[in-house]
Ligand binder design. Structure first.
Ligand SMILES: Cc1ncc(COP(=O)(O)O)c(C=O)c1O
Length: 370
């Protein structure tokens, strides 16, 4: 029997994993402030530090580098601004490179650099979604995602290698890469991840920051070694740590194989194109364009049929704006509005995907007729 709902929106938020749920339930009793010296405080501190250890292990960095944050957005903001400050102190060129297909949180962080006098360069993106390495010019900072949130495309190694060769500091948004790829070898001075993409609760994430001179950006407390003041979100951090410990990039090829089979089924439907198909992808994220149909109509019809997906497009007061990521690949606004993102996770089953494939022809036909 199929479950009542089929959840294919893991890139937005993964369901809370069993390990995180039980760790949070156990931690409900630990009400102390992690900064307090008494037994209650020490118990909470112990939980936070265990979680930090799990996060450090997942990203393959020393635990001293881990700054716990409220999520990926804050980690991107802190990382970019911290590296920009370090670049300025080192006299590096105030020139930052990013791409037009980054998550809004990273684009926002880089835009903040422009506001403080930096020049921002956008690296060209091929129609496949592949980002072009920076050329020989001066560069102080590079800020890019390792895995794109809408397409699942993977940043080519050559991009970060060229950034290193140019002497730039590197911030990597690894929010959609964590749990899917090993991160230890990624050449980043700052690396952002988010708990709720891994099966932890929303509102907890981390920045792995390799430079000691780069923070604090906020004053007013000693927490996170003065790098990110404020009483810790102990329960969120505990869930994040449990999800990080449970994550297993070695298991991801299994999910990617399910995704590849699903993608083949989608591509066999008439008038379907797969965005990003020509680039190396992490697997498990399939962004499909249904010619002549609004992605939003398909997503709504799937939802009514018990399937959660997303369009990746931003919705403001009822009007759907085409995805900047798809526009960045060179799609027309009309073609970009035809997109639906299916994102899979560790508990997705072949049976669920077959069920969605069986539903789609009728749903797409209705959406085309609308
Ligand atoms: C690539 C990427 N970066 C950053 C974020 C932001 O993470 P959070 O939701 O934890 O703020 C997301 C969330 O969708 C993302 O996909």
């Amino acid at each position: 029997m199929l479950p009542r709902r089929i959840y294919l929106d893991w890139n937005a938020t993964a369901p809370l994993c069993a390990a995180a749920r039980s760790a949070i339930e156990r931690a409900l009793a630990a009400y102390g402030n992690p900064s307090s010296l008494h037994a209650e405080g020490r118990a909470a501190r112990d939980l936070v530090e265990r979680a930090r250890h799990a996060v450090a292990t997942l990203v393959g960095r020393p635990r001293e580098q881990i700054v716990l944050t409220s999520g990926g957005t804050e980690a991107n903001q802190l990382g970019v601004l911290a590296l920009a400050g370090a670049a300025e102190r080192r006299g590096l060129p105030r020139i930052a490179a990013t791409s037009p297909i980054e998550h809004p949180s990273l684009r926002g962080a880089v835009a903040a650099l422009a506001a403080r006098g930096w020049t921002v360069r956008e690296l060209p993106v091929a129609p496949t979604g592949e980002i072009t390495p920076p050329g020989d010019g001066p560069l102080g900072l590079v800020a890019l995602a390792l895995v794109n949130h809408e397409l699942g495309t993977v940043l080519p190694d050559a991009v970060l290698a060229a950034a290193r060769a140019a002497g730039a500091l590197i911030h990597v948004d690894a929010v959609q890469a964590a749990g899917k790829r090993a991160l230890a070898e990624v050449p980043a001075d700052a690396l952002a991840i988010s708990g709720h993409k891994l099966g932890g609760p929303q509102g907890a994430g981390a920045l792995a920051l390799a430079l000691d001179d780069a923070l604090p950006l906020i004053d007013g407390g000693h927490q996170e070694r003065g790098r990110r003041p404020g009483t810790e979100n102990t329960l969120g951090i505990v869930g994040f740590g449990a999800a990080a410990a449970d994550a297993d990039p070695a298991d991801w090829p299994r999910v990617a194989a399910l995704g590849a089979r699903f993608e083949a089924g989608l591509a066999a439907l008439p008038g379907v194109r797969i965005h990003g198909a020509g680039a190396t992808r992490a697997g498990g994220t399939i962004n499909a364009g249904f010619a002549g149909a609004l992605g939003e109509s398909i997503a709504i019809a799937l939802d009514l049929a018990g399937v959660a997906v997303s369009t990746g497009a931003a919705c403001t007061s009822g009007s759907v704006r085409p995805s900047p990521v798809l526009l960045g690949l060179g799609l027309t606004p009309a073609a970009a509005r035809e997109a639906v993102r299916f994102s899979l996770g560790r508990t997705t089953t072949a049976g669920e995907l077959d069920h969605v494939l069986a539903l789609l022809p009728a749903i797409v036909a209705r959406a085309r007729g609308a």
